[in-house]
Design a protein around this ligand. Structure first.
Ligand SMILES: *[C@@H]1O[C@H](CO)[C@@H](O)[C@H](O)[C@H]1NC(C)=O
Ligand SMILES: *[C@@H]1O[C@H](CO)[C@@H](O)[C@H](O)[C@H]1NC(C)=O
Ligand SMILES: *[C@@H]1O[C@H](CO)[C@@H](O)[C@H](O)[C@H]1NC(C)=O
Ligand SMILES: *[C@@H]1O[C@H](CO)[C@@H](O)[C@H](O)[C@H]1NC(C)=O
Ligand SMILES: *[C@@H]1O[C@H](CO)[C@@H](O)[C@H](O)[C@H]1NC(C)=O
Length: 385
């Protein structure tokens, strides 16, 4: 469906032309927040299949704009590492301080326990920023996982956002080279190297073998520069801690890192009978335990494959089989694909959150197709639990 794929990309590019970023959704009331930036990777994938250079030429200016959006103003944070080097990383930050229009009643009710309008406005921004991240809602963004009013999305440097931006920078360099814009290409190659360094310095935790979200606190700032502190890495295991596997890693000790990360994923508790859980906290929020969502299964599986390590491939296939089996068995049982699954048992779809679990889902279908394309119908995939 190359024409459909190009049509989707062309629509997203036109949103950037008009607003400067990809909206959270193509509706007027989503125009004050973005979404995880994966447009560049979509263009590279389409180019890879079609060789369409016109699409590349048409999209490149929009990608530069989108990159600027994530690397300027309130989205950009400068942080100084333990050795005194400064790094730039990015965060989610909705340009919105009112209830989300699509969930106005619920947000007003959530904020009603807060004493004054200033605190309410701050919370509305944090909730909209969590929606911008895609993880709405999750203990990942909360200082107290039982209390949604402690959502603090804008105080966190997220591992996954910065891994997506690293991929965007590598992709822009690749696309710019294709159309002969070599100075743009070298600028973005350097930007990617800097972000890779920042990801390794600020997020990587060798003891855990994971990249960890980083909490910004006011006490660390001087002149708009945050000072890195070990204790502000969030030591909890989230599926997003493994997203950097998905971006090329140019480190020379790549294999050692990957071996560590594979071990860490296997012992983290996130790997469950039917796939990878988003977090280890069962809060009733839909981006928490016991739910697994399709894009994270896919990103982690692809990342493991990309390393080329035998043990990583074995784990990738193992996760794929768990996921395919539960998708298939649940489909047989309910007659539908589902947006999320309960990964603690085969054959159960997910729950929690603020709305009824949805069926039919594009990303569920897409991930199943991608896994079948990668692995075929695995011999050891039994079609019952
Ligand atoms: C498409 O991607 C594959 C795998 O990364 C690569 O080997 C191939 O050269 C790419 N094709 C094009 C046209 O870029
Ligand atoms: C980092 O930024 C601070 C504040 O601007 C500056 O004082 C310091 O010299 C910078 N560090 C390096 C290594 O450039
Ligand atoms: C939403 O964004 C527009 C355009 O940038 C801005 O004028 C408006 O104040 C924003 N709305 C809120 C509630 O922040
Ligand atoms: C976390 O929130 C819950 C629910 O509001 C509350 O009962 C609990 O005391 C809070 N925990 C901490 C450590 O503040
Ligand atoms: C990493 O492992 C792969 C597969 O085992 C091997 O081909 C490659 O040479 C290794 N790379 C390094 C830098 O050791």
């Amino acid at each position: 469906m190359y024409e459909t794929a190009k049509g989707i990309v062309t629509n997203l590019v036109s949103l950037i032309d008009q607003f400067g970023y990809v909206l959270n959704g193509a509706r007027a009331y989503y125009s004050n927040r973005s979404q995880p930036p994966v447009l560049a990777t979509m263009i590279v994938d389409i180019f890879n299949q079609t060789g369409d250079l016109n699409l590349v030429r048409r999209s490149l200016p929009a990608l530069l704009k989108e990159n600027h959006f994530w690397n300027s103003g309130i989205h950009k944070v400068t942080i100084q590492d333990a050795q005194g080097s400064n790094h730039s990383l990015s965060r989610y930050y909705a340009m919105w301080n009112k209830p989300r229009p699509e969930s106005s009643t619920i947000d007003s009710k959530t904020a009603s326990v807060l004493p004054n309008i200033c605190e309410k406005r701050e919370l509305y921004r944090e909730l909209a920023s969590a929606a911008e991240s895609g993880w709405d809602f999750s203990s990942r963004w909360m200082s107290n996982g039982s209390d949604l009013t402690t959502t603090s999305t804008t105080s966190i440097l997220p591992v996954d956002l910065n891994a997506f931006l690293l991929k965007m920078e590598l992709d822009i360099a690749f696309l710019a080279n294709l159309v002969g814009e070599s100075s743009t290409a070298s600028h973005f190659t350097e930007a990617a190297q800097n972000r890779q360094k920042a990801i390794n310095c600020i997020f990587w935790n060798a003891e855990m073998g994971q990249w960890l979200d980083y909490w910004l606190t006011n006490s660390d700032t001087s002149e708009d520069i945050y000072k890195w502190e070990d204790l502000h890495q969030n030591k909890k295991s989230f599926a997003s801690n493994f997203v950097p596997l998905w971006t090329e890693n140019s480190c020379s000790d790549n294999n050692i890192t990957t071996q560590k990360v594979v071990q860490s994923l296997m012992s983290s508790g996130l790997l469950q009978p039917a796939g990878i859980a988003m977090t280890l906290s069962n809060t009733g929020q839909q981006w928490d335990f016991p739910n697994g969502w399709p894009p994270l299964q896919h990103i982690i599986i692809e990342g493991l494959l990309r390393s080329g390590l035998e043990e990583a491939r074995t784990l990738a296939k193992d996760i794929a089989i768990r996921w395919l089996r539960t998708n298939y068995v649940t489909y047989k049982k309910t007659g539908a694909m589902h947006e999320k699954y309960d990964v603690t048992k085969c054959g159960a779809y997910g729950g929690g959150g603020e709305y009824m679990s949805q069926t039919g889902f594009g990303w569920s279908n897409g991930v199943v197709l991608a896994l079948l394309e990668e692995f075929g119908w695995p011999e050891d995939l039994k079609i019952d639990c």
